[in-house]
Design a protein around this ligand. Structure first.
Ligand code: TRH
Length: 376
């Protein structure tokens, strides 16, 4: 794998680890012409995101990437010239030893979790010395100019504009996933963990005055949705209460999920990758942050809110923060959602400006390639 890149991914839980590394691998291969191997320990999570993948194959080439099962017992493999350890997943010991013995030093990068916290910029790109004199660099994605940026494929925003700018294209996409919304309904996508605040939010939307159609790809939040509905919901069959219609969708492929975000007026997202994708959708959003021990995630949440709301009028910023805090801290979603309504237009314009500002910076894959070049 001379000149190749190896990406290592351990699936901790859910889909974010696989989602981020698969997206990065594809982009490095497509847009930078690199030879990429993605080592992933849980092909189950991976095949949900990439349904064409074969769960039982140890190696397969998908979209120009060699996707390999990371075996429990490592088999000696030539070391690549760039090695990405995703989210501190710890490389196989033999591979790490081989890294240290490589004649031409490899570039070893730990790709960190996404955070808007200000300290991230100070740590981005710093090396740590490993055994054998090898250096491992810390690469931080982020929203600020002093970080590694965010994953964003070439042509992504143009594709989004094409869908958002054409009623025909938007309708065709929605129909393709079995959604036939009433012309005036506000479309909301919902991807979240189980959430006790959902009942209050849904009650508020059901009370009107305008119609809302919530689209829920299969997943953990369905338990909360069904508890609110008081019944099991069947995929594709809308459930109606008052002004609110709720519809369960299948779990979509990554590209189709992007289109869902673009087609909706408001997106509730979670974790890391869907959170970023909703920002590229340039629509107002609600983030269900991944919970950490001792509520460490609250600081991350506040750091993002501080940055995101900087350019908003105070009243709109407060209304948005109220909804995000209620959703993540078991607050009153009913009151918070009602408080958001007067600021809808301002938040919609802001989501677009925010996206434009982020898109003016280099994307994460390009930043990684540049980082590698600088290391030579
Ligand atoms: O699934 P997540 O909650 O993932 C993670 C993991 O829990 C991880 O361990 C943790 O570190 C991280 O959160 C913070 O949320 P995320 O990151 O949004 O990943 C979901 C992926 O699933 C993303 O790539 C989008 C994709 N997706 C689809 O492809 N189709 C769908 O229908 C939906 C709803 C999501």
């Amino acid at each position: 794998m001379d000149n190749g890149w190896d990406i290592f991914c351990k699936v901790v839980d859910n889909f974010g680890d696989a989602g981020v590394t698969w997206r990065l691998a594809r982009q490095l291969a497509h847009e930078h012409g690199l030879q990429v191997r993605l080592w992933i320990d849980n092909l189950g999570a991976f095949t949900r995101l990439c349904p064409e993948a074969d769960l039982h194959r140890a190696q397969q080439t998908l979209e120009g990437v060699l996707v390999c099962r990371w075996p429990e017992h490592w088999v000696d493999t030539p070391v690549a010239s760039v090695v990405i350890e995703a989210f501190g997943c710890t490389l196989p010991a033999q591979y790490e030893a081989a890294l240290a013995n490589r004649l031409q030093p490899a570039c070893w990068i730990n790709l960190e979790y996404l955070s808007a916290e200000p300290w991230v910029g100070g740590c981005h790109g710093l090396p740590s010395m490993k055994s054998g004199g090898v250096r491992k660099f810390f690469f931080f994605p982020g929203f600020r100019p002093d970080t590694g940026g965010l994953l964003r494929e070439q042509g992504l925003l143009e594709a989004r504009d094409a869908l958002q700018g054409s009623v025909k294209a938007r309708t065709a996409f929605l129909n393709s996933v079995g959604v036939y919304p009433a012309g005036t309904a506000c479309l909301v996508s919902l991807f979240a963990y189980e959430n006790g605040g959902l009942g209050g939010w849904f009650d508020q939307m059901a009370a009107g005055p305008s119609s809302v159609h919530v689209l829920v790809p299969e997943g953990r939040v369905l338990a909360s949705v069904q508890a609110w509905a008081g019944q099991t919901l069947t995929q594709g069959q809308p459930f109606t209460r008052g002004a609110l219609q709720v519809q369960v969708l299948p779990f979509l492929s990554q590209p189709a999920y992007d289109q869902l975000l673009w087609a909706c007026d408001f997106n509730a997202v979670r974790g890391e990758d869907s959170f970023v994708r909703a920002q590229w959708a340039a629509r107002p959003l609600l983030w269900h942050i991944y919970q950490q021990d001792e509520y460490a995630h609250w600081e991350k949440l506040e750091a993002f809110l501080a940055l995101y709301t900087q350019a908003l009028p105070v009243a709109a910023a407060e209304a948005l923060c109220a909804v995000w805090r209620a959703w993540n801290m078991d607050g009153d979603m009913s009151a918070a959602w009602a408080g958001l309504m007067p600021h809808w237009q301002v938040l919609a314009a802001h989501a677009r400006n925010w996206c434009t500002e982020l898109a003016a910076r280099p994307d994460l894959a390009t930043a990684l390639v540049q980082f590698r070049r600088n290391s030579l």
